[in-house]
Design a protein around this ligand. Structure first.
Ligand code: ADP
Ligand code: MG
Length: 250
């Protein structure tokens, strides 16, 4: 497998708490990888480290042949990796479509220097068109003019996906996209993710729901106390001793 993303010997500690230890991971183009593990095992920290929100203490991270472990988040987004957050927080005074459009500004670095110029107006028009198409794809058009902070938890997760997609990533990392989401919306999220993957996007998904994992993921990677303890097909998880031990607290 030629890796799109390679994580090599990555370690991360917070004070004396060794949250990631010698993590090695390869993600191939087109995979849908489920990242599993008990609470506190380091899943969000691994996503944060790959996407530049936390600096790794050791190791390196290579995306499409480029070292990225020292890049800040906005530069990593521009290499082609976007992510969503476990608990999306939304600005109070912006509408849904404004939040989506602001994500394009961050992703493409259209700065304040351009404000008011023809270039800025063209960039805004493009961002609006793209945001509208993505809001439509993720079923948020009916709420496009509502305050983003007024959305339900599930709708915020959908808007988080829209914001990530505004960067036109080749790889999308999602942190618990269906946790706390109404079953109807969960189905919509599954459909949307499968469509994105069919269109060529590589997905890494932190998820606890085994139905979701079996239905969506082509491979599972399991973290336990900062170590990767398994990499297998979803249907092989139940027979994996180390995985069972991790979840039983052994
Ligand atoms: P998971 O997503 O698997 O539930 P996390 O990666 O969020 O786990 O957390 C793993 C461990 O790292 C936990 O013990 C958590 O308290 C700690 N941790 C995570 N982020 C920070 C941080 N910014 N500062 C200090 N400790 C953190
Ligand atoms: Mg987490």
């Amino acid at each position: 497998m030629s890796a799109l993303l390679q994580v090599a010997s990555v370690a991360k500690a917070f004070g004396g708490n060794k949250v990631l230890q010698d993590v090695n991971l390869k993600i191939g183009a087109g995979e849908i990888v489920g990242l599993l593990g008990p609470n506190g095992s380091g899943k969000s920290t691994l996503l944060n480290t790959i996407t530049g929100f936390e600096a790794a203490d050791h190791g390196h991270i290579v995306y499409e042949g480029q070292r990225i472990e020292k890049l800040p988040p906005h530069r990593i987004v521009r290499t082609g990796i976007a992510r969503t957050f476990q608990l999306p927080s939304m600005p109070k005074k912006m509408s849904v479509i404004e939040v989506a459009m602001a994500a394009a500004t961050r992703a493409h670095g259209v700065g304040a220097t351009l404000l008011g110029t023809p270039g800025a107006r063209e960039a805004e028009r493009q961002a609006r068109n793209k945001a509208t198409a993505l809001l439509d794809q993720l079923l948020l058009m009916p709420v496009r003019d509502l305050a983003a902070s007024a959305l339900s938890g599930g709708q915020k997760k959908l808007l988080g996906i829209v914001c990530a997609l505004m960067a036109e990533p080749r790889m999308l990392m999602l942190d618990e996209p269906t946790a706390g989401v109404h079953p109807n919306l969960r189905r919509d999220i599954v459909n949307a993710l499968q469509k994105l993957n069919a269109g060529g996007m590589t997905l890494v998904i932190v998820e606890h729901d085994m139905h979701f994992i079996r239905e969506v993921c082509t491979r599972c990677v399991v973290l336990d106390r900062g170590h990767i303890i398994a990499s297998c097909r979803p249907d092989e998880l139940a027979a994996n001793e180390r995985v069972l031990q991790a979840y039983l607290g052994g």
